[in-house]
Each structure stands twice: as C-alpha cells, then as structure tokens.
Design a binder for this molecule. Structure first.
Ligand code: PLP
Length: 395
C-alpha cells in the first residue's frame, strides 16, 4: 500500500506522462521534424567540450580512490573553494569553502535548505506563476506552501502588498526564482530591495527572521541589458540554491550547490545542519566526478546567445501574429497569454498543428501558456508557419 501523501502525485504524474506520450505519438505519426515540442526544459545546447575533457582527464589521471570515493558530505573542499572564489570574484563577497555545500542539482539544494529550516506546519511563500515542484519540496518536510497571486499588471514581478498580508508567525521563508521559470522575467535590484525591506520589517514584527531561498538554476541565462542581482548582497538571510543543469547543460549529471553566507543568522549551526541534511536526505553527497569536473570548469560560460536568438525569434514572430507575449529577459521560457480564457483549450487546439506547450495552470498561471525554447533554431523556424495557422483561428 502506498502512502496517502503519494496519491496526489500519482494523479499529477499521469498528466505529465500523457503530454510526454503525446509528443512521442506525434513524432511517430508525423516524423520528429514535424513535431514542435516546446514543453520540456531540457537544454539542447551541448555541454561545453571542456566539461567532457575535464572528466576524461580526471578519469585518466587522478587517483580512482579519490575520484569514485566518498568525501565530506558537503563535497570536496577544493571544489567548494573554487566555487567560493568564483562567487567572490563576480559579486564581491568573501565566501570560503565553508559557505558552500555541493548538492545533487537545484532540486536537492532546495530540499536540503527546506529540510534544515522547516518544522511541520511552517509556511514557505512563493509567487505565482511558479515552478510547480516547490509544493512537493515544501510538502516533503510537512511545510505549507503559500502562493501569492500573479501580478500581470506589473509584468509578473512579486506582488509585495499581498506578500505583506500573507506573512505570519509561521512564515519561515520566501522562494525567489530569478530569472524566472515560467515567465522569463528577471526581477531588478529595485524590486528585490523593496522585497528585502518588507521581509526585514515583517521579520522584526513576527519575532524571527524570514529567509529568502534564492533558486537560481537560470542565473547565467540572461539577455540584453537585464542584470540578475545577487540577493545575498541585498538581504543577509538569503540562502542560494544553484545548479549547473541549465548553465552548463548538465541536467542529467545532477550537480549544484547551496550558499549559506556567514552573514545569515546562526550561520554555523545552519551550515552544520544542512550538511547533515545532505547526507540523510538520501543523496549522501553530490556526484564526485562531477564535483571535480566543475572545479576545473568553474569559469566556463554558457551559450546564452543561442537561447537569446531563439527567444527573440519566437517572441517577435508570435507577437506579430497577434499573440500577447512577455519579452523574455532570461531563462529559456516564453510566457504567452492564451487567446481564450481556458488555456487548456488553446493547448489542445495547438496540438492539431503538432505544437506542444504547457498550460499555465501547471504553474498556477491559468490563462497563459509556457513555451520552452531550449530547442534547435530550426525547430523554431519550422514551427512559425504552423503558429501562423493556429493564430488564424483567433485573430
Ligand atoms: N528550480 C527551477 C525553477 C527549475 O526550473 C528547475 C528545473 O527545471 C529546478 C529548480 C531543478 O533543477 P535541477 O535539475 O538542477 O535539480
């Protein structure tokens, strides 16, 4: 008998599987090149050669007992130091290896932070639309996810008035995802400074600090003159969850880290507890070979231009057809208003043209759809005449 807690996941999973199977069915029937799958966030840009070269060299030349062995649960000190140095160079911080814990991607980073801080019934706030797994992660530790409604009037930035209303004595943390999945919006320093002020004031009012958990798998994917502020510089109780899944196209390798700054409250105790959370959450430590490869490739850049070109082409083409889209500032998602109220109807209509996209309801953003453009540029070009046919049904 499975646990009651798992039942809702089974139901939701079948919806995701249906979409995945629909993609396979269409590809079989019409040929993969005639299916325009904008549903998944799996980077199509290959990982940099330097990652492969580092892995090969490590396997050939380093001590296999070290390469394949256990290490400190927080990860190799040398890898953590390389990451701390990289952050210090970029953001003027003064981290050491002590402030970094290597994790199994951003998902694990979030889980470790939540496991470390949540008592049952504690509340964690996030802003709609949001990456739906947040509910699962918070639920893993019997916390409660409180969702602040979407803010389309101000370009989907956090709605601070509602944030203020919803904070109460149970509030432990606020999740910020910048650049944002699913909207592609980048929150500016001005927005985040205002948010930090609210949290400082409310934290004093409720008698304990409210953490910001900064979920940053898309940090490096930013376009034009948009800048992604480093939130620990704006708010001391910020804990960062980072991942190389998107920036270095390594989602299957499961590698990322958390940053717990010395400035955050009770930092030493939090670091010690988070290190144990890493161990007892089941992952024990982040993959050793990947840690060593990241140590060598810490300054590697991702191919932002590829995604930027994709996003621009799709945004301009769809806007010209009459669709209302948010111009992507970061990540690799285009957030588009559905031309009919029920976006699931629109998603189904698009399937007639072999176009697959995700209904906004999957992100608590009904009335919209998400198009994931981490696909080949050729797929985007081929899809445009099909979108034009779809547009003719509405405009
Ligand atoms: N957070 C957000 C907003 C994401 O979009 C994703 C993955 O798509 C994750 C976390 C999980 O990333 P990872 O593969 O590094 O666990």
């Amino acid at each position: 008998m499975i646990a009651d807690k798992m039942r809702p996941f089974l139901e939701r999973n079948s919806a995701i599987r249906q979409m995945f199977e629909e993609g396979l069915r269409l590809a079989q029937e019409y040929g993969a090149e005639n299916v325009f799958d904008f549903s998944i966030g799996n980077p199509n840009v290959p990982a940099p050669d330097s990652v492969k070269e580092a892995m090969i060299d490590i396997l050939n030349n380093e001590n296999p007992v070290k390469v394949h062995g256990y290490m400190s649960n927080a990860g190799f000190p040398s890898t953590r130091k390389a990451i701390a140095d990289n952050l210090n160079r970029r953001f003027g911080t003064s981290y050491t290896e002590k402030n970094i814990i290597m994790t199994v991607g951003a998902a694990s980073a979030m889980n470790i932070l939540l496991k470390t801080m949540l008592n049952p019934g504690d509340e964690v706030i996030c802003f709609a639309p949001y990456f739906f797994e947040y509910g699962s992660y918070v639920g893993n530790y019997d916390g409660v996810l409180t969702v602040i409604s979407a803010n389309p009037e101000e370009g989907f930035i956090p709605k601070l008035s509602e944030l203020e209303e919803k904070i109460n004595k149970k509030t432990k943390a606020v999740i910020i995802n910048n650049p944002n999945n699913p909207t592609g919006v980048v929150y500016s320093e001005e927005v985040l400074e205002k948010l930090a002020k609210v949290l400082e004031r409310k934290g004093k009012e409720i008698g304990h600090p409210i953490y910001i958990i900064s979920d940053e798998p898309y940090r490096e994917l930013v376009y034009g003159d948009a800048v992604v502020p480093f939130i620990p510089k704006l708010y001391k109780n910020t804990l960062v969850g980072y991942s190389y899944s998107k920036s270095l196209s390594l989602p299957g390798e499961r590698i990322g880290y958390v940053v717990i700054p010395d400035e955050s409250d009770n930092a030493d105790e939090f670091i010690a507890a988070a290190t144990i959370a890493n161990r007892i959450s089941g992952s024990v430590n982040a993959p050793s070979l990947m840690q060593l490869a990241i140590e060598r490739c810490v300054d590697e850049k991702c191919n932002v231009e590829y995604y930027e070109r994709n996003g621009k082409r799709l945004y301009e083409a769809l806007s010209d057809m009459g669709f209302s889209c948010l111009e992507p500032q970061g990540a690799f998602y285009l957030w588009m208003k559905s031309p009919v109220d029920d976006e699931r109807e629109f998603v189904n209509a698009a399937k007639k043209y072999n176009i697959l996209m995700v209904p906004g309801s999957s992100f608590a953003g009904p009335g919209h759809v998400r198009l994931s453009y981490c696909v080949s540029y050729e797929q985007i070009e081929r899809s445009i005449p099909k979108f034009a046919e779809l547009a003719k049904e509405y405009f």
